[in-house]
Write a protein that binds this ligand. Structure first.
Ligand SMILES: *[C@@H]1O[C@H](CO)[C@@H](O)[C@H](O)[C@H]1NC(C)=O
Ligand SMILES: [Ca+2]
Ligand SMILES: [Ca+2]
Length: 232
């Protein structure tokens, strides 16, 4: 009995060490030194001090585990020990300016491939190809994604920004009411808990697919092949 307990304790210690190592390596492996150095566009999260750049990065890594906002970059000033944690701007872009004594480290893109834009824990891709809703849905599936599923206002704003930034005025999102009129469902089965309908827009039986435009959301004919689409 005692022997088994000791084994369990040993295994736990081993697991804790593995976890500790995994977190330890975050600070060095998950960041790259940006050669441009210093101030960047993005939202400041926190300004503190750290005895070294590595410990500043550790603060940044820790931030991801405790808060909704992700620390995307850490600026460390070796002269003063100032450590500034910074999140992305809404499209995940950064701009760099030079200044001495500051070193800037960016997280290697939070898992999104080139051309995809990070928001919360998702990556989004806007295709400017004009397809029917079903073709757009399949195209996203072929990319290992789905049409975008929007579950709150901030996410909708991010996606609308993306659509506009890439010069589009309309884009398919991942919901339809084609199975039962008025009964909207997301392609992933996510909870239908947020809408942004234009007034009390009702598309009726002929229109069954969700389109984002400057008016908000609308119920449009699924076979229209006039619109871009957003994959998530
Ligand atoms: C809807 O549900 C999703 C996931 O369950 C959640 O993340 C989101 O915040 C919810 N939205 C609203 C407006 O309550
Ligand atoms: Ca989503
Ligand atoms: Ca409809």
């Amino acid at each position: 009995m005692l022997l088994i307990e000791m084994h369990i304790i040993q295994i736990c210690i081993l697991l804790l060490q593995l976890v500790a190592n995994a977190f330890g390596s975050v600070s060095t492996k998950a960041y790259k030194r940006h050669s441009g150095s210093s101030a960047l566009k993005g939202n400041p999260l926190e300004l503190s001090t750290a005895p070294s750049a590595v410990q500043c990065l550790t603060l940044c890594a820790g931030y991801q585990h405790t808060s909704r906002e992700v620390c995307y970059a850490a600026c460390y000033n070796s002269g003063t020990g100032a450590c500034e944690l910074i999140s992305r701007d809404r499209l995940g872009t950064v701009e760099w300016m030079s200044e001495n004594k500051w070193k800037v480290y960016v997280t290697k893109d939070a898992g999104c491939e080139e051309g995809w834009h990070s928001y919360e824990n998702s990556c989004f891709f806007l295709s400017t190809e004009k397809l029917t809703w079903h073709d757009a849905r399949n195209s996203c599936l072929n990319l290992g994604a789905t049409l975008a599923v929007i579950t709150d206002k901030a996410e909708d704003e991010f996606v609308w920004d993306l659509i506009q930034t890439l010069g589009q005025q309309f884009a398919w999102l991942g919901a339809s009411d084609e199975d039962r009129e008025g009964s909207w469902r997301w392609v992933t089965g996510a909870e239908w808990n947020f809408t942004l309908w234009l007034n009390d827009y009702v598309g009726g039986n002929q229109n069954n697919c969700l389109l984002r435009s400057s008016f908000g959301w609308g119920d449009y004919p699924c076979d229209d092949d006039l619109y871009s689409y957003v994959c998530e």
